[in-house]
Ligand binder design. Structure first.
Ligand SMILES: NC(=O)c1ccc[n+]([C@@H]2O[C@H](COP(=O)([O-])OP(=O)(O)OC[C@H]3O[C@@H](n4cnc5c(N)ncnc54)[C@H](O)[C@@H]3O)[C@@H](O)[C@H]2O)c1
Length: 434
């Protein structure tokens, strides 16, 4: 049930007569919100942003649009030019809802903790994926509600930490909305509801793609250190991004998982390589992957992702069942061809906004929402696909999940950033599974 206004809120919670509003207003006194309890529309929700890049700025815009009584009060980044850009853009759009004093703009690898400790209620985690386990753990430990971008880790040790943080968030009644945004798009929700209801029968295979053109390269400034260059161009360094199958194509792997009811595959085999982007400027990631996932019931998932210019692009899932097929593109018509043909003709929405609308509604209603498990499993499956392609070997789910391979150290300061000369490009048949 949506609590539309203060009167309705009082009716639903029965707090008017009891005077319990005082306890729930605790946040205005600086104490944490009582998680799992409705929050009056009168209580201002303070939001902090970690990672002032493209997505972080977008997520903050959506958070500020999601609820009338919300304010951005603190931001973090490792580069001091990034918050300025973000705050300027957000202030133009949201005016007084952007209330970040100079002392709440934090810079550095410990800036995330300072935002978390600054008296906020909701945190937006939008830095590179390498940092997500640490940022997420700290947010959960502080009892914050969370919007957390995908992917949530770059390796199995990171994913295991996230599973544990997700469990703790559930126990603590915290809301955790994840950045696998297509799960919030109305046409896809209608499509996958039908798939899960059995409209195409038992699923035998799923073809899913994330084939795009080139990704951006940020030209190096001659005053930058090598570490700064790497963090500006983090998507090209697998120990920071997880490689593009994890960093970007996790969306398509998630389409497959959604259709399969989030049961994980038992194994994966695959290929991949670096054919077009061979220069040093492209770090050590691949530019294409092709992975076959094997499910316990015999179904197979075929995943293709590519970042190469001037090629055929495709971003979709096609599902083949015993009674029909379904096609769900990233944009375009969603169709099911079975005994009865169906195509989506309902309302369209901005899925990024819906994510935040539902996050803030869940906080106001005291009904925690937690995307943690599926976002971690889809991330882990993208990592498993990368492991299969890098090694050229069949990798089982148990092997992948229990892998001890850590792609890099925890970064506390600039000196912890791995030198580029220490990084190598994986070679199938040579690279070992750890
Ligand atoms: N769901 C989606 O559709 C979608 C779209 C784009 C990006 N993303 C995800 O959002 C995340 C950010 O991507 P982006 O495109 O905004 O990248 P970006 O490079 O534009 O932004 C990342 C920001 O984080 C900052 N940063 C780096 N390390 C940090 C740290 N330790 N602490 C705080 N800040 C740090 C960077 O300086 C940068 O400003 C990625 O995980 C990406 O996969 C999701």
């Amino acid at each position: 049930m949506e609590i539309q206004n203060r009167r309705e809120f009082l009716k639903v919670t029965g707090l008017a007569a009891a005077g319990g509003m005082l306890t729930l207003n605790a946040c205005s006194t600086g104490a944490p919100l009582a998680a799992g309890t409705p929050v009056s529309p009168d209580v201002k929700l303070k939001v902090g942003l970690i990672g002032c890049g493209g997505r972080g700025t977008g997520a903050a815009n959506q958070a500020l649009s999601a609820d009338p009584n919300v304010e951005l009060t603190a931001v973090a980044d490792i580069f001091d030019d990034k918050p300025t850009e973000t705050l300027n853009l957000l202030s133009m759009r949201h005016g007084e809802k952007v209330n970040v004093p100079e002392e709440n703009i934090f810079i550095g690898f410990d800036a995330y903790q300072k935002v978390i400790d600054s008296g906020i209620d909701v945190v937006l985690l939008a830095g590179p994926s390498r940092f997500r386990p640490k940022h997420l753990e700290a947010a959960v430990d502080a009892g914050l509600h969370i919007f957390c971008e995908k992917p949530v880790a770059v390796d199995a040790p990171g994913a295991r930490r996230v599973y544990e943080a997700v469990r703790k968030a559930k126990e603590a009644n915290l809301s955790l909305v994840g950045g696998l945004c297509w799960r919030y798009e109305y046409p896809k929700r209608a499509f996958y509801d039908r798939i899960l209801d059995g409209d195409v029968g038992e699923i035998r295979s799923i073809y899913n793609t994330y084939n795009t053109g080139a990704a951006r390269v940020i030209e190096s400034n001659q005053n930058w250190t090598e570490a700064q260059h790497q963090l500006r161009n983090w998507i090209y360094y697998n120990w920071i991004s997880g490689d593009h199958i994890v960093e970007q194509a996790v969306h398509s792997i998630d389409f497959m998982q959604w259709a399969m009811g989030d049961q994980y595959p038992v194994s994966a085999v695959g290929t991949g390589g670096r054919q077009v982007r061979t220069e040093d400027i492209y770090g050590n990631i691949y530019d294409h992957f092709a992975i076959t996932y094997q499910y316990a019931n015999g179904a197979k998932g075929f995943h293709f992702s590519r970042q190469q210019p001037n090629c055929e692009n495709s971003y979709m899932a096609e599902i083949f069942g015993t009674r029909g097929t379904g096609v769900a593109p990233a944009s375009g018509e969603h169709i099911i061809r079975a005994r009865r043909e169906w195509s989506y003709d309902g309302e369209q929405n901005n899925m990024y906004q819906t994510q935040h609308d539902e996050l803030f509604a869940s906080i106001r209603q005291g009904r925690p929402k937690n995307d943690g498990e599926f976002i971690t499993t889809s991330t882990m499956l993208a990592i498993m696909g990368r492991m299969a392609a890098y090694t050229g070997r069949e990798i089982t789910w148990e092997q992948a999940l229990n892998s001890t391979e850590s792609l890099g150290p925890e970064i506390h300061e600039w000196d912890d950033v791995l030198p580029i000369s220490s990084l190598s490009v994986a070679m199938p048949g040579v690279t070992e599974f750890t």
